[in-house]
Design a protein. Sequence first.
Length: 464
Amino acid sequence: MRNNGFIATRAEHVTYNLFWFGQNLLWGYAGFLATYLTMGLGIDPAKAATVIFAPQVWDAINDTLFGYIVDRFRFKNGQQFMPWVKIGTFCIGVVTIAMFSIPPTLDEKLKIVWFIAAYVVFDAMYTFLDAPAFAMATVMTDNIQERTSFISGNKLFAMLGGIVPVVLVGTITGKVGWALGSVIFCGLGCLLMIPFLFCGKERRVQLEEEKEEKFTFKQMFNYLRSNKYLLICLLAFVVFGMTAFESGMSLYIAQICFGDTGKQLFLAAAAALPVIVVSSVLPGLAKKIDKFYLLIGGLVFSIILSVISLFVGYENFLPSIILVALKCVGLASWQVIIYMLVADTTEYGVYKSGTRATGITFSLQTFISKLKNAVVNSFMLLCIAWTGYDASAAVQSADVAKKIWTVFLMVPAIGYVIGIIILLSFYKLRDDSVQVMAKYNNREISYEETVEKLADTFGLPAKN
């Protein structure tokens, strides 16, 4: 690629990482909206599930619409991304605080109207500062290695920022309440985000050859028809994601089963630690064991530990926390490996169609991820409603506590069973076959060699 000498400064690297850390402090706190509606505002879980579903489905749709606008609009100063980031950053804190400051004594209908209005604005502001901020990595520098550094730093600091509220939300909200808790997280988050607004420089628009491919919905549908393994991966992704109750239910478990919201910190740490460990050891393990089998093994291990945890119960705190941490190996496995499988399906797509439709794959993955987020909160609240949870009661019955513990453990386990069945039955890509496809796609091996290695399983590749 042509190098025009646009190199980012050290300050841009530092403030860009801090921006993502701060942004995910906000997003991580907002991840407890389902808990806030029931435990904070006393709204019945079944009703809360309905209230939260529509705005979060809109979240999945409006990202695509906003991406269309950003891609085709320039501000008067010629910039494409930074003005959106500034608008979003200066507004996000206020609307987040407004969303968590609904008076508990307000009439329930007014609570719902307030929440929906605040969430729609919150989502718009978050959309303004999310995708454009990510795109800033492509216009601060035209050096490929430096861009990679920006993006990898983004992912790392976003993950670290997201872990902080997951670990601390129970302790902080238990001491100061939801409204003041949002002020603390939003204040710190915005302080960390603002320096990038002054340091980050949008030096140029993207070169023509660097622009991402843009696809219509018809093209996406046609590509899915030719790439069945992408569809299977995304289906498994939805199943795993919609049953991922570990973080969302942590405050319920801490309060109802353990009798202390402060113990949510230990539950959050128990869910986060396996993700960190699996992320660090997976690259080495994947060199020796096919990542597909690592995924299946992690899920099976989690299912076994979930059943053991169910019988051990929650009465003994330390053994319960240890077992929860072990059972979250499955959570860590799919969260890390499913994205690798999606990447593998890109090679299969080239092999079958002759077109490297990375843009389609990314767009579908983003949409499904957002849709999964919408479904998981509503599904979780419906499961909590099944337990008989009374949002107006200060203390829940022993029967409710037992059912809450069962839902927390067994719904993810059932999701893993369904996901395993889907993958083992229909997903045939493995590391060795993907490697052969990649070599063929890159013209490193001949058509005849490829047919010999893959014809029995995948059919004949198209001659490109």
